[in-house]
Structure formats: structure tokens, C-alpha cells
Design a protein around this ligand. Sequence first.
Ligand code: FPP
Length: 211
Amino acid sequence: MDGNGRWAKRKHLPRTEGHTEGEENLARLVRVAVTRNVGWLTVFGFSTENWVRPRTEVRHILGLHKKLFGRVAELNELNVRIQWMGRPFDSPDARTPKYVQRAIRKAIADTAQNTGMVLTVAFDYGSHAEMVHAAQQAAADGPVTQASIESHLYLPELPPVDVMVRTSGELRISNFMLWQSVGAEVYFTDRPWPDFDGHELDAALALVPQP
Ligand code: FPP
């Protein structure tokens, strides 16, 4: 969800306003995705690299995650189950503060019965950390194979990625779902995340080959 900062700058607003609008847009886009019968929507909310941002910005983004995970009534109305993936809370290098952990746990429990779209938020997430974690766990179990690594990814239930979206004119892949996106289509758009709307989603979905 790139480009919140640039969106705000263009409007002469502080960067934090861009993140606030980014969270609002995610809530809007979840609604649209449900109407398009998307089964799995996974978003990069905060990376293992994002902790070096200025403290006030990090605090603001953490507050937005608390807000997002607090949208339980909306998610239940939409029959959306929320999930989280990232460095396990008890791992030595994990950084997720307790109040965000609580919000995550509560949202997962309170939407667990929903049978529609699965919204996964990657928070304190990086593909490198995920793959190292999976390889270590797989090695502890026995011979390391593709299947054993797959079974130890943070959320083994996630299907392979059909289409990866990158907003705000960045023509590169980052540390996001690298294992899962072998074979994924990639949709690049110049629009910053707060302006990513249903038309954009449709254009991205149109890249997915139909069975
Ligand atoms: C990328 O824009 C955004 C982030 C790293 C922050 C996380 C995303 C949001 C706050 C929007 C969705 C909200 C939640 C709670 C999941 P940037 O700061 O890199 O913008 P720039 O590239 O224009 O500087």
C-alpha cells in the first residue's frame, strides 16, 4: 500500500494524514473486494524494515492497525475473516507492542466464524524473516523439502498469490510474499494507495487467468 506519504504531500498535509486515509481506503476496498468475490486479500500493513521510520510516524501507523483490527462489526457484516501474519509475538526479534497484539488476537477470534473473504494483514512482516523461520522449523522436523517449508510459512492456509499489486509508481517487488508469489501476475499502477479504487482492483483482477 505504497504512496500514502506522497498522497499527503501533494495535498500539503502531514504524512500521517496519508496513512489515516490509507487505512480508510483499505476499509473501502475490502467492501469492494467482497462484491467481486475475492477469496483472499492480503495487505502489507507494516514491514520488518518499517520500524526505522520516525517514532511519531510509527506510533501513528500502530494506532491505525489498532483501528483496523477494531473494525470487527464491519468485518462481521461482510462475513470477512481477518488474519495476521508476521514475526511470531514470542520470537526474540519480534517488535509488535502488546496493545496491537491484543487487538490482533481479539479481531481474529471475533471474526473466526466468518466464511467469506479472508483479509490477511501482514504486520511486522518480511518474506526473508518468514522464510528463515520456516526453514528453521522444517529443519527441526526432518529433511527440508518444498512441502516442509510450505507447511511452516506463517499462514500455510494462504493459497499461492494470483495477482500482486504495487501502487504509487514503484516498479519493483519488495520483501512481501516472495515464496507465495511464484507465478503471480503483477499489477503496477501510478496511483498512490489512498486513490486505489474499485476500477483499479478490477484492472488487477483482469490479469488473473480464468480456469
Ligand atoms: C506506505 O506508504 C505505507 C506504509 C508503510 C504504512 C502502512 C499502511 C497504511 C497505514 C495503510 C493501511 C493501513 C493499515 C492499518 C493496514 P509510504 O509511507 O511508503 O508512502 P510514500 O512512499 O509516499 O512515502
